[in-house]
Structure formats: C-alpha cells, structure tokens
Ligand binder design. Sequence first.
Ligand code: ADP
Ligand code: MG
Length: 280
Amino acid sequence: MEAFAIENLSFTYPDRIRPALYQISASVETGSFVVVIGGSGSGKTTLLRNLKGPLTPSGIREGEVVFFGKKLGELTDKEQARRIGYVFQNPDHQIVTDKVWHELAFGLESLGMDQETIRLRVTEMASFFGIQDWFYKKVSELSGGQKQILNLASVMVLQPDVLLLDEPTSQLDPIAAGEFLAMVEKINREIGTTVILSEHRLDEVLAVADRVWVLENGSLFSDDTPENTGAILAAKNHPMFQAMPAPLKIYGELYEEGFRQELSCPVTVRDGRTWLSEVF
Ligand code: ADP
Ligand code: MG
C-alpha cells in the first residue's frame, strides 16, 4: 500500500510568480525510506510541509496528496498530528515544555490519552532512544543533538505511520548528526515507520534509502534508487552529483567515461571497495 501518493502537486507562495513546487508526482511505499535532496531553495521544505496539512504554508496549491488512500484534506488535524510525524530543521523550534519527560508525554496528553497508556509509551520510547539517563533533566540542559533526539522521540510516542524530517541534522555536529541518522534508520528498520527525510549528509543515509528524490527548482528532477541516482546525475552533469558519497561518484565518473559493466553501482564505502576490487 502507498503511504503517500503525490499527484501533480504544484505550490506557489503568495505574491510569487514562480511556483516553489511544480507538477510533482511520486509515490511512497509503506515502510520505505525516501531521501529528498536538492540545492538550497529547490523546494525540499515546501514539499515536506505540503505532506502535512496543518504545516502547509498558505499559497496556491494544485494537484493532490493522498495519504493511505485518503485525500490529505479529508483527515482531521488531530488524525494528521498523530499519524504524520514531523521533525524540523531547528531543534529549538519544536520543543514546547521545559522537562524531557514532559516533552515526551505532551503529544499524548494533547490527544487526550489516559495516564496509563502515556506512562507505558513514554517509558518504552525513552528506552528505545536511550533517553533514560537524561529523562528527568530540563530541556535547557540538553545539547543540540539530545534536543533533536528528544524531538524525534516525542513524535514517535504517537506511533505515527510516517515520519517527515526536514534537514534535521543541519545544526548538529558530525557525531551527533551520525547518531541521529542512525536512530532514524533504526526506527525505519525495527518499527517499520515510513520515512521521508531531506538531508545533505548523504554518506550516512543513501546506504539505507530505498528511493532518492532529486529536486531542482521545484521540479522532481529524478526519482530512483540510490544506485541509479549517482549514474543519472553524472550523465546529466547535475551539480548535486558533487554531493554524492564517494562510491557513487566514482561509479558515475567511470560511467561517464563510457565504462559499462554488469555489477550495479555501489552505495556504501564497503561495497565500493568490493566493487573496485572486482572490476579492476
Ligand atoms: P529548500 O528547503 O530546498 O531550501 P524551500 O522549500 O525553502 O527550499 O524554498 C523553495 C522556494 O520557495 C525558494 O525559491 C524560496 O525562496 C521560496 N520560499 C520559501 N519559503 C517562502 C515563503 N514563506 N514565502 C515566499 N517564498 C518562499
Ligand atoms: Mg529547507
């Protein structure tokens, strides 16, 4: 089943002539991991916000977003709050309470869940995310990385069907970013939550992605597997090719030079090493 079907979606901000999103069509399989890439201003944030009604900016919207067979507009805000999780770029923009434990419980409280369920879910998620050690801390005492993990955990206590993340590591140091992305991967793999993540740290995420969407000037330039994306970007001499992890870049360069072979494109450094030794 499709978690999302995006049908010919266009979006124009008020007082703008050029659309920020232009005729985007794509589908997201349940349980899959989609990575959205594209230069600054290519439309990543606008696209992610259009996948959750209450977060969609005002403007002119055409086309349709269908969520598990239902038009997004037919779902109540409460349903969307629970079923569509969203993590913002800035860790401080999401936090609403002053204590870690309360932040975790807050979403469930607002949905009117009973105390017993809240306690159970919060404990479960604190352990899944390794938050036990700082469970009683004040949010103000946390590092940026911990805040972002807390934001992720606070969304996951609601047991959403999909998780949308807009460049969630852009304000984190490389170690915290790596830990955060590993957590997102674990959620996708172990809980089965569908993930749509915009990200620029591609070394970490492309190896786990099922699909890569490349946005360019609000259009979907390509929608393919990570393996094929490198070769597509290389063939079209696309600037995003420079952001690809090393194995994809090497493969793309060789492909460009007319080098063709049976083995598919390596995504991880480990695969890249094997690939190189088998090819040469
Ligand atoms: P990205 O997240 O890939 O950097 P955005 O979705 O933020 O891209 O922006 C896409 C386009 O929409 C850009 O041209 C940007 O200038 C424009 N844009 C973004 N937010 C607004 C806004 N609130 N009002 C008008 N234009 C906007
Ligand atoms: Mg953005």
